[in-house]
Every structure is written in C-alpha cells, then in structure tokens.
Design a protein around this ligand. Sequence first.
Ligand code: IMP
Length: 429
Amino acid sequence: MIVVAIGNQWGDEGKGALVDNWGKDVSYFVRVQGGANAGHTVINKGKKIILHLIPSGVTYSQAHCFLGNDMVIDPKALIKEMDDLSAAEALNCKSLGISPLAHLVMPYCLELEKLREQARGKNAIGTTGRGIGPTYEMRARRLGIRVGDLRHLDKMPEYVKTILAEINPEIRHLGGQAFTQKDILGFLEQFVPYLEPMIVKTPISVTICAAKAKGENVLIEGAQGLELDLTHGTYPFTTSSSTIAGGACSGAGIGPTMINKVIGVTKAYCTRVGSGPFPTKINGELAEKIQKRGKEFGATTGRPRDVGWVDAAQLAHAARINGLTGLVITKGDVLQGIEPKICDHYVYQGHKITNFDELDCCELSDAEPIYETLAGFTEDISGCRKFDDLPKGAQELYNKIQAYAGVPILAISVGPERGQTIIMGNLWQ
Ligand code: IMP
C-alpha cells in the first residue's frame, strides 16, 4: 500500500506518532517536499533525535529511506544530520537515497532570505531561515541547481555565471556581499564525495511503484501542514512548497490513483509559528500553560509556537483539500484540566462562514471565531489504550474533532512516549 501522512494544521502536529506505530511494517519511507525548515522529533533507544531532512523511518532496519523529488536540500545540514544520527546509533535503515531532481539550497539562497526578511521589517514572513523560499524561487526561475548536477560539475561554470549575474545585484542592493563563481563551484565540489553516492540511479517512482505491486508498504511523509501550503495556505504567510496530499504525487513520482490512504495528523489544539493570521489564537496565561505543557517550541528554530483552539472550518478545509481517509489526533493529554473550546464557524462582516478558504489572509485576520466550549476532563489519560478507557470529556473532544473532519480516527496519541497510543484501526488494511 501507499499511504500519505500529512499535517492538517500549520505544521508540528506530531506526524512521528504515526511512524512510531506503523513504521515497522514499512519498506520505503519517502519525504516529498520542503527542506531543513521541518523538525520531526523521533525517540530512538530513549534518546530524542530531531530530523530535519531525513525521513523518520531512518531508525528502522527493514526500511529504505528517500529524500524525494520536490525537496530542497541544504547539503551541509544533511551531512550534519547524518553525522548526528550515526553518533546516536540511529542511522539504521537499509539505505538512504536522494532524488537527483531535488534542489540544493545554495549559500546565496540563505543569504537572500536573511537580507529579505530583514528588509521586510514588521512585514517579515517569520521564515525558518533555512533558504527554503529562495531555493524554490530559483527552481521556478529555471535557475536552480539540482542534486543530480553534482554528477557533472564540469558542465556548471557557465550556468553558475548566469545565476550570479541575476542574483548578485539583488544581494548588493540589500546590503549583502556578492558571491563569486569560484565560491559557488568550490561549495558544490566539497559535497560531491558525500552526496553523489547517495543519488538514486533507479527513479524513486519506479522503486515505489514496484514495491506496491509486490504488496510492500510505502509511507510518504509530508512536512509542514496544510495551512502552510503555497496555494491553499494562508498566503503569503506560507512556506514555498506544496504541503498538501496532492504534493506527494509529484514529490514521490506517482499518480493520484496509486495512493491508498491519506492520513491527516491533527493536534487536539492548534499551533502556529511565524507571522500570518491565526483566527483561534489564545492569549495570556492559558496560552503559556498549553505552550509549556505541550513543549510548543520550534524543533528547528526553538521559537515559541503560538497556540489556539481547534478550528472546525480549518479542519474541514484540511480534510477536503487533502482527501483524508483517516485522522491521527495528538496531544489531547496536554488539555487535562483545561476547558477546551472548538471554533464552530466564523462571523465575517455579519455573515456566517464555515469554509476556511472563503476568506483570504486579510479577511481571516478580521473574522470573529464563534466557539463551543466543551466540558473537558481532569483525569490523566496517558495510560488509556482503548477509546472506552477515556473519560467522557476526552471522548467528547475526540468525537467532535472526528465529526468536524468527517473521517474516522485511526489513532490517538495520549502521551509523548512511543506506545502511548490508542489504536482504532489498522493502517495497512
Ligand atoms: P519557510 O518554510 O522557512 O520559508 O517559512 C515560512 C513559514 O512556514 C514560516 O511561518 C515558518 O515558521 C513556517 N514553517 C516552515 N516550516 C515549518 C515547520 O516544519 N513547522 C511549522 N512551521 C513551519
């Protein structure tokens, strides 16, 4: 089977929970988009590891892991991540391959992002500073450098000259230091011995289609979340890739009919980092309490995440755009002793709004969320392993989330440790 795991909100939903429960049955893990802006926390032999580029399946000895076609890869960050994983004895997968079609995050992309965010001042996007936007922009300008280009650097000098002729004036204009052709060719050369052997010869598309035909399981890992999607998210406060389930087709090289299931991971509340509208944002002491309990600090940048309530319009948006077939709900345990709210709809200029995508980014900022307050629960739920074990208030919260999404719950994680999960269905059936 081919299953896509996707974030339903603004990222950081805890997609690792899905891998923890079903990873042992997966032959191929494919990360499809984004770059080192993502941060997936994985616990291996009791140690916490944060993955930025490498798929979460890296710790499983039966699995092959791929960095897919639509990723943007910072070679320095990748090598550091591999070194850290080796040191933690966690680089256990059978193989780690990179698509030649993925793009490299170049030093001028990192520099441009820094200068542009500074120049935007209070209108900055609040990016992760990992060169993501400029790298996707260079790709769209047909001036990107792909991982596959490392195989023939001798053909690159002219191309690099063209890139720098376009890029350097902007860097200088923004107060930065221009790059030379020698800088860039030298930068690329140093990574050839590390990355060239990892470039897959058989396209990822061919490998995973064959795996599916043989009855093996493939898990496609999305990064970030639906509302950070370049098209469907809260543009322009989004990332620069396609974070929706549809993006998985391009990133893995498969047609939509090859996907068997799409599982959306959703927190029992919401978080967001960076700028942009967040209609159900909570302020004050309660926000701090949830932030601390839920350890809501960016895995990549350490920035505190804003927290908010589950938003029915947003959830239905995610379910529809992703074509969800199942839900994994995380972090409900954080709400112990807190009266949870769910935003049922918004009121905008006197009208009831139930479709998140009816409002654009400016309008969303002025929409009034209308909440339903639930009874909640005071008990510790981390020991529950069946839905019926949960207190009534927790059941109500999960049932509401399921009803708003309109798809069945596959699993509920009730604590940060591996195994602290209520399994409600079989992913591979
Ligand atoms: P970029 O992806 O670094 O360009 O950042 C664009 C926006 O996406 C910013 O608001 C970031 O905070 C947000 N973002 C990017 N990656 C993640 C992630 O993995 N989790 C949460 N937010 C993210």
